[in-house]
Design a protein around this ligand. Structure first.
Ligand SMILES: [Cu+2]
Length: 162
């Protein structure tokens, strides 16, 4: 019975990591671990991150996003302007066939404009993503101060002015 016990033990381990990382599937897309940083109560804009993988043979396109916690959600990227990183709105974000797009600090992100509800650590809030092929996908954004220390950057996205 030893092998079965080991199997159960590793299944339990997997289960515990899956509790913090969460994934969504829609058509050919995998959407991994949507997350956001906690913000002070005075915050008026927030940022959400996630990773989209396209397993399909044709490109998909993130057209827009929306959330009940914000007036509107924009797709943003960072562009280097001299020594400064500036944010720029994207009309859409292509997820190439058999490719991926990572929305992460310092790069692409979802900008939550006009926050109605500030992200509080440990809570989750819904965001609906609209894809050209996969359609509307509702995901839960986990509010987490340090979801992945490897991806820490100097950027404070929330301090950008719009
Ligand atoms: Cu932004």
């Amino acid at each position: 019975m030893a092998p079965l016990k080991m199997l159960l033990a590793s299944a339990l381990l997997l289960g515990s990591t899956a509790a913090s990382a969460h994934d969504y599937h829609a058509g050919e897309l995998d959407i991994a671990h949507p997350w956001s940083r906690p913000l002070p109560p005075v915050a008026t804009t927030g940022v959400a991150y996630l990773k989209v993988t396209n397993k399909g043979d044709s490109d998909d396109v993130l057209l827009s996003a929306e959330s009940p916690v914000a007036e509107k959600v924009e797709i943003h990227t960072h562009v280097k302007d001299g020594d400064m990183m500036k944010m720029r709105q994207l009309e859409e974000l292509v997820i190439p066939a058999h490719g991926e797009q990572t929305l992460a600090p310092g790069g692409h992100h979802l900008m939550l404009m006009g926050l109605k509800q500030v992200p509080v650590e440990g809570e989750r809030f819904p965001v609906t993503l609209h894809f050209k092929q996969a359609g509307a996908v509702e995901v839960e954004v986990a509010v987490d101060a340090e979801p992945d220390a490897h991806h820490q950057t100097q950027h404070q996205d929330n301090q950008h002015n719009h």
